[in-house]
Design a protein around this ligand. Structure first.
Ligand code: PLP
Length: 429
């Protein structure tokens, strides 16, 4: 079998898929074991949210089945949904967008992939790259290019804050030096660090995108208006250079594969054609369900009264748990959190290695995600040194009993690693 160059790239097991397969293999081989999966990217199973979507899906099934599931539809999206999106954003943010500014797709991963394929790679005038202005960022971005080496991450500026906190900042100078950028892509709030790009950083990125005449794609999978898993209710930006990507996954529908883009029509029109050429369109029963959630702004009440407070509470719980449980003589820090579903832990010790911690935890029935997968070049960080191999991502979505048991095991594994490095047995405390 001969694979094309693009085929070779797409057949590669990305860090993300590797983790998923590893977890599936381990849990499948020992199904009776009480695994604690703190590596998951699934949203929390919140009964009120699940019940609300189920009610809307039932209405869509009863009211729209023949018109949605039993026939093809337009690639831009179900007209009722496209109108609902336009109405919702114009009402909520005072925008004046129309259907020409919207394309609905089967999940935001696919929408990011489509945009990367459209705006980066070998071109008529030059070959361009997908540039991630600040890594660590979502590991799924690393599979977005069909060209080898087509995704480039820019190292952040790292600052410690107080005793147990640290933060990244976008290095705008380094971003501006990315001469081959065909598109910039960043998640905000971010997966994994829960970091929100500041207004000044977004202005800086827009200036750079403007100077390079390329789009800036903002992945708002955790942001506002939904799922609203962010400390501050930051409004999305309407700008002719910005491709806003929205996902319904973290609002509770990851299995339905539904997301949409809002952008200037010069970006949206080719994306609609890409969808027509590849998938035809996103599943329409799910689209009819979402239309019902946006009409009358019903989704706002669920976000404000259930989803946002749920994750704020969960984050507080997790941070307190980690402070209580992790060994105080180990130099560990959490990234300052401004949203998202994860805690990003940095163990600033020479003896620490993310893969080794994950191996020890797997033996103890716990999964977390090694930090290096969120960097494009974890071995070659000029400024960050070993930092990309000293972090792990811990999910906040499992239930509190699993979180507690998982964090206890993380603490014990850290103490073992430290004792081993110090040449002791670990039985002296
Ligand atoms: C930042 C970010 N973007 C996109 C995705 C994928 O979202 P979707 O399910 O809409 O494809 C995820 C999933 O975890 C994510 O964390």
């Amino acid at each position: 079998m001969e694979l094309s160059r693009a085929g070779l790239e797409m057949a590669r097991l990305s860090g993300l898929r590797g983790i998923m397969e590893d977890i599936a293999l381990a849990t499948g081989a020992a199904p009776g074991r009480a695994w604690r999966n703190l590596g998951v990217g699934n949203p929390a199973a919140i009964p009120e949210v699940c019940g609300w979507w189920q009610r809307l899906a039932t209405e869509a099934l009863t009211g729209s089945f023949a018109d949605t599931s039993c026939r093809y539809g337009p690639s831009r999206g179900l007209p009722r949904l496209v109108d609902a999106i336009v109405g919702y954003f114009n009402r909520r943010y005072g925008w004046t967008i129309g259907p020409r500014n919207v394309v609905v797709g089967p999940g935001s991963q696919m929408l990011c992939f489509m945009a990367a394929a459209m705006f980066t790679g070998p071109g008529a005038a030059r070959d361009t790259e997908l540039v991630l202005p600040m890594t660590p960022d979502y590991t799924g971005y690393q599979g977005l290019s069909m060209t080898a080496g087509g995704v480039r991450g820019v190292e952040p500026i790292l600052r410690t804050e107080g005793e147990r906190t640290f933060g990244y900042r976008i290095d705008l100078t380094a971003v501006s030096e990315q001469a081959n950028a065909g598109m910039f892509l960043i998640s905000t709030p971010s997966n994994p660090a829960g970091r929100r790009a500041t207004p000044e950083e977004l202005d800086g990125l827009l200036d750079i995108a403007e100077a390079r005449d390329v789009p800036l794609m903002l992945d708002l999978a955790y942001g506002h208006p939904f799922p609203g898993i962010a400390e501050a209710p930051t409004a999305p930006i309407w700008h002719e250079r910005v491709i806003n990507s929205f996902s319904l996954s973290k609002t509770g529908l990851p299995g339905e594969r539904l997301g949409f883009v809002i952008a200037d029509e010069r970006y949206v029109t080719p994306l609609v054609s890409f969808l027509a050429n590849s998938a035809l369109h996103a599943p329409q029963l799910a689209q009819a369900t979402l239309a019902r959630a946006l009409e009358g702004d019903a989704i706002d009440a669920v976000v404000a009264s259930v989803i946002t407070p749920f994750y704020a509470e969960r984050r507080k719980y997790m941070e307190e748990l980690l402070v209580q449980a992790l060994p105080c003589e180990v130099s560990w820090r959490l990234h300052r959190s401004e949203g998202g579903m994860f805690v990003w832990l940095w163990v600033d010790e020479d003896w620490f290695d993310d893969l080794e911690l994950c191996r020890l935890l797997k033996e103890r029935g716990v999964f977390v995600v090694p930090g290096r997968h969120f960097f494009t070049e974890p071995e070659r960080g000029a400024r960050l040194g070993r930092h990309p191999r000293q972090c792990v991502r811990i999910s906040m979505t499992p239930d509190p009993a699993d979180l507690t048991a998982g964090v206890e095991r993380i603490a014990a594994a850290l103490a073992d690693m430290r004792d081993r490095a110090a040449g002791t047995t670990g039985n002296d405390n």
